[in-house]
Write a protein that binds this ligand. Structure first.
Ligand SMILES: *Cc1c(COP(=O)(O)O)cnc(C)c1O
Length: 383
């Protein structure tokens, strides 16, 4: 079976992890801050807060922005469930903004309309989480303009987009957001096995997130609320979690980061092969935008119109022929859990139409020419 995504580990990556295993620090050692610093530098952000998953990063990002009971958070229905769940963890509610079918990204027009309506009803969200689906940035400049107009905070879910760029700036620099979140799950672009990072330029937000990833505890002299009892002293100042990244994970992430640009070039080259091979077929692919350099986490194609039967049969047939086509994503509001919260079929019609057209083909750095040719020929025979 050719998977749709897969990690790319080098002998240097493996050696970096072994080195940690032979060292004194398996957790809370030097590699986590080194990884944070290296990725913050790469993205041109002031602070990086490494955690055990992007899901945890989204959670502490929401908390740092003050998301709580009686608040609402908006995200895209076409995302992994974690982009929405993070708000529920904080006791807030979730709502969605429908997408543009051409890009699969949150529609700025729909967002503008929805904000206008919410403002009238006194029901503005506390935060919005745009999702850079497949590795391409949302239109952050326009989204930021709207967010500022209505005093709403922004978290970029860039789980797919590390190494990509928007307006010639690396994604993660938070030029148009409060916080950006990356995932290092093995299927993503670089991996630390499990892991995530939140980036921000705001010192206060960084401190809040550092505290919540480790039990709400602080021991830095400048932050203490009471006088220190002695050299052993630490304070729990809020209710936090154990969301720490281990040294093994950080060493792996740090080592992988060295090849990030190489990974992104390879992914772009593979995507370009697909684009030209499929140009004659009656399918489209997510439209690249001129001001974006996609990280191409995913290569998503769309049937020319919503067709539940055909969608299912193409994906099933691809799998029967050894190609793991996958759907990114089932609209979150159609998940049983979210239906129980009151969301219904028909709530986000563009996302629902997209769901009957879209599927992802194998795209990862170790995909061989022969494998890609096989995928292309199988697609040509099927479509
Ligand atoms: C993978 C993913 C997440 C969650 O990442 P984890 O590191 O697995 O917690 C969140 N949002 C999106 C869009 C993702 O693709």
């Amino acid at each position: 079976m050719i998977p749709y995504g897969k990690q790319d580990l080098s002998s240097e990556d493996i050696a970096a992890v072994v080195e940690v295993l032979e060292s004194d620090w398996l957790t809370q050692g030097p590699n986590v801050p080194l990884f944070e610093q290296a990725l913050a530098n790469y993205c041109n952000a002031n602070f990086g807060i490494a955690v055990n998953s992007a899901t945890s990063a989204l959670h502490i990002a929401c908390l740092a922005l003050g998301v709580g009971k009686n608040d609402c958070v908006w995200t895209s229905p076409i995302t992994f469930v974690a982009s929405a769940n993070c708000a529920l963890y904080c006791g807030a509610s979730v709502d969605f903004v429908d997408i543009d079918i051409s890009s699969g990204l949150m529609s700025v027009e729909k967002l503008a309309e929805k904000l206008k309506q919410a403002s009238k009803n006194n029901a503005l969200p506390k935060a919005i989480i745009p999702v850079h689906l497949a590795g391409q940035s949302c239109d952050m400049q326009s989204i930021k303009k709207l967010a500022d107009q209505y005093n709403v905070r922004l978290i970029e879910d860039a789980s797919h987009a590390i190494g990509g760029a928007y307006q010639n700036q690396k994604i993660g620099g938070c030029q148009f957001s409060d916080i950006t979140v990356f995932s290092f799950h093995p299927v993503k672009i670089i991996t630390s096995a499990e892991g995530g990072m939140a980036l921000t330029n705001d010192k206060h937000l960084a401190q809040m997130m550092q505290k919540s990833r480790s039990h709400g505890i602080s021991n830095s002299p400048g932050e203490l609320l009471q006088e220190s009892h002695g050299p052993w002293y630490y304070e729990q100042q809020s209710l936090g979690f154990n969301y720490r990244m281990t040294e093994l994970q950080a060493a792996l992430g740090l080592s992988q980061l060295k090849r990030l640009d190489e990974f992104i070039s390879k992914r772009n080259a593979l995507a370009a092969n697909y684009n030209s091979a499929f140009s004659e077929l009656s399918i489209s692919h997510l439209l690249p935008k001129t001001n974006c350099y996609s990280a191409y986490h995913l290569y998503i194609v769309l049937l020319n119109k919503p067709d539940k039967q055909k969608h299912k049969s193409v994906i099933t047939e691809l799998r029967a022929q050894g190609i793991t086509a996958q759907v990114h994503y089932i609209p979150v509001h159609l998940q049983p859990y979210y239906q129980n919260l009151g969301f219904k079929v028909g709530d986000f019609p563009v996302a629902e139409a997209y769901y009957q057209q879209a599927f992802s083909l194998p795209l990862f750095t170790k995909l061989t020419d022969d494998e890609q040719t096989y995928v292309i020929n199988t697609m040509k025979a099927l479509i």
